[in-house]
Write a protein of this length. Structure first.
Length: 365
């Protein structure tokens, strides 16, 4: 049976070159990077090379890159800078649980942030935190005006770039970003590794004690995973980068065209254009419970999602979908399809045909 993984917003298959890099470093470069002997310094050099690589890519200093276990930890570390937060109603679960004093931006029906005069926090050291690209409905935020707003009152601007980077380039200086969270597993890197960009001068409160990362994030370095993240970034920045992104968008659009022609199937979030993550399709399907469709589709080798991976197991309607005006029924009938470049035209025809049949089956049951 064919298998089609259409849940790439939750994780991605590591590139073969990434797996090879992780295995090589794990087996041949296993010295502790904190040791001063040759093998330790060999491992340290691998880590610092990746740190320099990331810093050059996002236009910051290497010392401003802090390696973490992923975006959730990076978000948690970023949130130690303030006790008051202004964010959106469309954020990842790891954001909403990090602070008790949270105020929300307004947003339009597509999920775009609306900045109002009364959104001003009015005190120094508060945190303004937004996603660069939303994992559920695909909206890409216009970060520049949000950054300008945040700094108007000397507040700190944090961006969760997990879904957008490195598919889209982000220059932290140009955009005025103070803190930025990234996870390698979203761009074909290893799981369990990511980083936090932290602008020089911003004081974090360590979550894990230790001397690593200048005392900001303790614990023995995961050298193989860091090396794998560097390899994934290298591939993403290769000569095929633009072609691959175009292919991903084409695959998404071809599936969308066939799914949206099914009666009573409606697009969630922005139109399929520049303001949307190019791998993302979110639709609500009249007369169908999303969890039933996800379960049934998996029996046919189609792996999609009923929401973000961190909330899709819950019976409650998604707060993101509610924030853009969907009813409980519409939210619970929403599926998310997120694709990569591996699909071909035959795959797309087969996926659409199977999903159409399953939707008809569920409506009749």
């Amino acid at each position: 049976m064919s298998r089609w993984f259409l849940d790439c917003a939750s994780t991605t298959q590591p590139y073969k070159e990434v797996v090879d890099t992780v295995a090589d470093v794990m087996y041949n470069h296993y010295g502790n990077p904190s040791s001063i002997h040759e093998m330790g310094q060999d491992a340290k050099n691998i880590i610092e090379n990746v740190r320099n690589q990331i810093a050059e890519d996002i236009n910051c200093e290497p010392k401003e890159i802090i390696f973490t276990s992923g975006a959730c930890e990076a978000n948690s570390l970023a949130f130690t800078v303030a006790n008051k937060v202004l964010t959106t109603k469309l954020e990842h679960k790891s954001i909403e649980t990090l602070c008790k004093d949270i105020t929300h931006f307004n947003n339009d029906k597509y999920g775009n942030v609306i900045i109002l005069d009364d959104d001003i926090l009015g005190e120094n050291g508060c945190l303004v935190s937004v996603h660069a690209g939303n994992s559920e409905i695909g909206v890409i935020q216009d970060l520049a005006p949000i950054s300008k707003f945040a700094h108007r009152c000397n507040n700190i601007f944090h961006v969760d770039a997990t879904q957008l980077y490195p598919e889209c380039r982000i220059d932290v200086k140009e955009l005025g970003i103070d803190l930025m969270s990234v996870s390698a597993q979203k761009f074909h890197g290893p799981r369990g590794i990511g980083f936090l960009y932290c602008k020089d001068g911003i004081e974090l409160k360590p979550l894990i004690g230790g001397s690593q990362e200048d005392g900001r994030r303790g614990g023995t370095y995961n050298t193989p995973a860091i090396a794998g993240m560097g390899k994934a970034l290298e591939i993403n920045r290769g000569v095929m980068h633009d072609y691959v992104n175009t292919l991903i968008r084409f695959n998404r659009d071809e599936i969308a065209k066939r799914i949206l022609e099914i009666p009573d199937v409606h697009l969630n979030g922005p139109e399929l254009g520049a303001n949307r993550l190019f791998n993302n399709l979110s639709v609500h399907i009249g007369g169908v419970k999303a969890s039933d469709l996800v379960t049934l589709a998996s029996m046919y080798g189609i792996y999609l999602s009923a929401g973000s991976a961190c909330s899709s197991g819950e019976a409650m309607p998604s707060s993101t979908l509610k924030a853009i005006g969907l009813t409980d029924e519409q939210a619970l009938s929403t599926i998310r399809i997120t694709v990569d470049e591996t699909l071909n035209q035959h795959d797309i025809f087969a996926i659409a045909k199977i999903l159409k049949g399953l939707i008809e089956q569920l409506r009749e049951s």
